[in-house]
Structures are given as structure tokens and as C-alpha cells.
Design a protein around this ligand. Structure first.
Ligand SMILES: NC(=O)c1ccc[n+]([C@@H]2O[C@H](COP(=O)([O-])OP(=O)(O)OC[C@H]3O[C@@H](n4cnc5c(N)ncnc54)[C@H](OP(=O)(O)O)[C@@H]3O)[C@@H](O)[C@H]2O)c1
Length: 220
């Protein structure tokens, strides 16, 4: 039996966050969409409920969404990362956070950019403090087909974090999306995971696709 009661997706109005939220809601998790604007979140939640034929998805302003959840997913562009964290710092204390932000530096989104704190999720951990158990996951999953819960996304999801129990919860949420979650070590390894995304964006362009992903072989 899962110990996860409610998942809030901050920036869940966007491409990646709404796709993951749809999949968790379809699997019966209690999901809250977060946004800078409460009304925008409520509208997105209503859209998801209608698409899934349910009424459990809620919409709230980001701080309220974070406060009401036990797992908080951060899904905003890197340019909005710091300001979003500032707005929810108090609300996320003591919780598990999944940071899927990729520190892209437009317009050069197909070239690896290592930020000042080495990785967006390491910056989150440093800013939020040790009581928040930050994990990184989903950076290498294209939003292209996520929103259709019946579409089988062909990739693995690397999960990094410093707390074994938190990583277990995150891997449970990964598996609920239909993908395979892989323990990829401590949060320091997020540097490599986040850096893979610009590589995949390059591959997408070179091979005229939108959905390249990664697979780990040799582990059965
Ligand atoms: N798209 C993909 O295929 C993909 C794949 C892997 C990882 N990622 C990563 O996942 C994260 C989200 O990607 P996305 O494609 O979902 O992004 P997005 O759709 O452009 O934005 C997500 C949400 O972030 C909020 N936001 C946008 N600009 C903002 C700003 N200037 N200040 C504060 N909030 C802002 C918006 O929510 P509100 O307006 O409702 O507040 C928006 O709906 C990014 O870090 C991205 O690199 C994306």
C-alpha cells in the first residue's frame, strides 16, 4: 500500500507537468495542479478531470498546492526555478520534492549548460535546506506523448537523491506512469542526469523526432 497521499505538481499547467499529473490521476493518486495563478490551475484541473472522467484533480496557487501535498513536483522552466522555490520554501519543509527542472540556457538548448550550483536539483536542495528530501527524476522524458495515459512511453527514468526512502517513493511514482524507475545514486549525480537532456534535444533535431529517450541495459 502506497504511503503517498497527495502529489502536487507546481507548474502542472505546462507540458511536462500536466502529462505526469494526468498519468498519476489516471492511476488513482490524489493530484493537485499548481500554478502562479490559482484560477489557471483550477481550469487545468477541470480539463484533466473531464478528460479522465474523474473529479479528484484539484487546482491551486503553487504555495497552497505545495502545502496540501506530501510529494511536491517542481516542473517549471529554469528561468522560473529560483522564484518558484522562493514562493514555496516554507510550504515544502519536511516533504519530498521531485525536481525535474533542466537548466537549459536558451537559445542554446542543445548544448549542455551547467549552472552555478552544478544542477538545478542541487540548487533546490541547497536553497530549501536538509529537511526537504529533494530527488531528481523525469528530466530525460519528453512531454510529447505524456498527456495520453494509454501511450506507452519508451524510456527509463533515472532517479537521484540522498534519502533512500524518498527515492523509493519517487520510483513508485515513476512506475505509476508506466516507465521504469532506476536508482541512479545520490543527488550529486543529477549533474549527469540533467546534462543528458540537451543531448537528447540535439538527437531529436538530428534525427527529426520529438521523443528520444534513454534505456539502461544490463540490469535485467
Ligand atoms: N517539455 C519537455 O519535453 C520536457 C522534458 C523533460 C524535462 N522538461 C523540463 O521540465 C520543466 C517544465 O517544462 P515544460 O515544457 O512543462 O515547461 P512550460 O510548459 O514552458 O512551463 C511549465 C509551467 O511553468 C510555469 N512558468 C512558465 N514560465 C514561468 C515564469 N517565467 N515564471 C514562473 N513560472 C513560469 C507556467 O505555469 P503557470 O503559468 O501556471 O504558473 C508553465 O505552465 C523545464 O525545466 C523543462 O526543461 C521538459
Amino acid at each position: 500500500m502506497s504511503s503517498i497521499k497527495t502529489v502536487a505538481v507546481l507548474g502542472g499547467t505546462g507540458k511536462e507537468g500536466s502529462g505526469l499529473a494526468m498519468r498519476w490521476a489516471a492511476k488513482g493518486y490524489s493530484v493537485i495542479i499548481g500554478s502562479r495563478e490559482g484560477e489557471k490551475a483550477v481550469a487545468k484541473a477541470a480539463e484533466m478531470n473531464a478528460a479522465l472522467g474523474i473529479s479528484t484533480v484539484q487546482g491551486m496557487a503553487n504555495p497552497d498546492a505545495a502545502r496540501a501535498a506530501d510529494v511536491v513536483v517542481l516542473s517549471v522552466p529554469y528561468s522560473a526555478h529560483k522564484s518558484t522555490l522562493e514562493g514555496v520554501k516554507d510550504a515544502v519543509q519536511g516533504k519530498v520534492m521531485i525536481d525535474l527542472t533542466v537548466p537549459l540556457q536558451p537559445p542554446k538548448i542543445r548544448t549542455v549548460h551547467v549552472p552555478e550550483g552544478k544542477a538545478a536539483s542541487l540548487e533546490s536542495q541547497a536553497f530549501l535546506g536538509e529537511s526537504v528530501r529533494v530527488c531528481c527524476a523525469f528530466q530525460n522524458v519528453s512531454a510529447e506523448h505524456l498527456v495520453d495515459p494509454h501511450y506507452e512511453v519508451d524510456c527509463d527514468v533515472l532517479v537521484c537523491g540522498n534519502d533512500a526512502e524518498a527515492k523509493k517513493l519517487v520510483i513508485e511514482l515513476v512506475e505509476a506512469t508506466g516507465m521504469r524507475g532506476i536508482d541512479a545514486g545520490p543527488l550529486a549525480n543529477a549533474v549527469a542526469v540533467e546534462s543528458l537532456t540537451p543531448v537528447l534535444l540535439y538527437i531529436n533535431k538530428a534525427y527529426a523526432t520529438k521523443g528520444s529517450g534513454i534505456r539502461i541495459t544490463g540490469i535485467g
